[in-house]
Write a protein that binds this ligand. Structure first.
Ligand code: KIV
Length: 347
């Protein structure tokens, strides 16, 4: 839980006070040579963790489509979905700068479309600013949104929303000419008013050169150590899951700082084994007590109920018969005669 002090600082239940991060404060960090930390978050608990860790910037990334919703790209994600998740993140984290990623198809049609989407994000989810993908071709949109009063973070290099044009999730800027184009993209976004730029999956010297050219901070992901800050996807950096569906999306450049997935798997297996064996719940986890006197009265009630009414047995027998009939029905199978309804019913 947090509360606000008179100085506008958040005091966490841990007792530490954190000032609200702003776009301007990030730019100051660049000038002072202080590295910026940014992590994605998609829900209340991940936001709480980022807040407590003192992360500077939370990105509600459209990567949520892949790591939370199970899509194989970010393209299907809608603005409604992003807003739904961003609201939860905002309830969990107040100190970090909260950036809402504009999803594919919500800003490319025209600058006005981009501004409308940005307004929805700010009004409905309470984000501090928005991020969008693309360089020179998005400069007008960035200008329009900034003029409309919403700060914009740019995103160049690998822009995952454009995989159909890029031919897949691949590194960018690996020739001098292409590296130069990424620099031009970044400069165009800066001129249009972007307050910071994500640089994704480019060779480290390219990202370092762009960082040196720009006045605004750069945040790298798969772009080496020469940027002003770093961003990683929450699930990737925490080794959140060992599931093969998920593992295929962990990029080569990512470092897993812990292996939460193994801990989760261990916990679930232990829970299953203990429920099955009866070891859980033990007395320690049955905290709701009844006084001895009440228990005695209750036992007497049960005994009287048993003795007093002949229909108790009759009613029980009836219910048992009904459950037995339902079991039999299940074994007949719902679709044809393939046996049990559990097996082979949807061929
Ligand atoms: O959606 C996302 O998570 C991102 C980061 C990879 C920067 O855009």
């Amino acid at each position: 839980m947090t509360r606000l002090t008179a100085l506008g600082k958040r005091v966490l239940s841990s007792g530490s006070a954190q000032a609200k991060m702003s776009a301007i404060a990030l730019q100051r960090k660049k000038r002072l040579g202080e590295r910026i930390t940014m992590v994605t978050a998609y829900d209340y608990p991940s936001a709480l963790h980022c807040e407590r860790a003192g992360i500077d910037v939370i990105l509600v990334g459209d990567s949520l489509g892949m790591v939370e919703l199970g899509y194989s790209t970010t393209q299907p994600v809608t603005l409604d979905e992003m807003i739904h998740h961003a609201k939860a993140v905002g309830r969990g984290a107040q100190s970090p700068l909260l950036v809402g990623d504009l999803p594919f198809g919500t800003y490319e049609v025209s600058p006005a479309q981009g501004l409308e989407s940005a307004y929805r994000y700010v009004k409905e989810a309470g984000v501090d600013c928005v991020k969008l993908e693309g360089g020179r071709m998005r400069a007008d949109t960035v200008r329009k949104i900034v003029d409309g009063g919403v700060a914009v973070m740019g995103h160049v290099g690998l822009t995952p929303q454009h995989i159909s044009v890029l031919g897949g999730f691949r590194a960018q800027g690996r020739t001098a000419a292409k590296a130069r184009m990424i620099l031009d993209d970044a400069l165009a976004l800066q001129d249009a008013g972007a307050f910071a730029i994500v640089i994704e999956c480019v060779p480290a010297p390219v990202a370092a050169a762009i960082t040196a050219e720009l006045e605004i901070p750069t945040i790298g992901i798969g772009a080496g150590g020469g940027t002003d800050g770093q961003v990683l996807v929450y699930h990737d950096m925490l080794g959140m899951t060992t599931h093969p569906h998920y593992k295929q999306f962990i990029p080569k450049f990512c470092k897993s700082f812990v292996d939460c997935g193994s801990l989760v798997a261990e916990g679930l297996e232990a829970y299953k084994a203990q429920v099955q064996s009866g070891a859980f719940p033990a007395d320690d986890h049955s905290p709701y007590k009844m006084s001895a006197a009440e228990l005695e009265v209750f036992d007497r009630m049960l005994a009287e109920r048993k003795q007093g009414s002949a229909d108790v047995d009759e009613r029980r027998a009836k219910i048992k018969r009904r459950i037995g009939e339902a079991d039999e029905y299940e074994t007949v199978g719902l679709y044809g005669d393939q046996g049990s309804s559990q097996e082979g019913s949807r061929s």
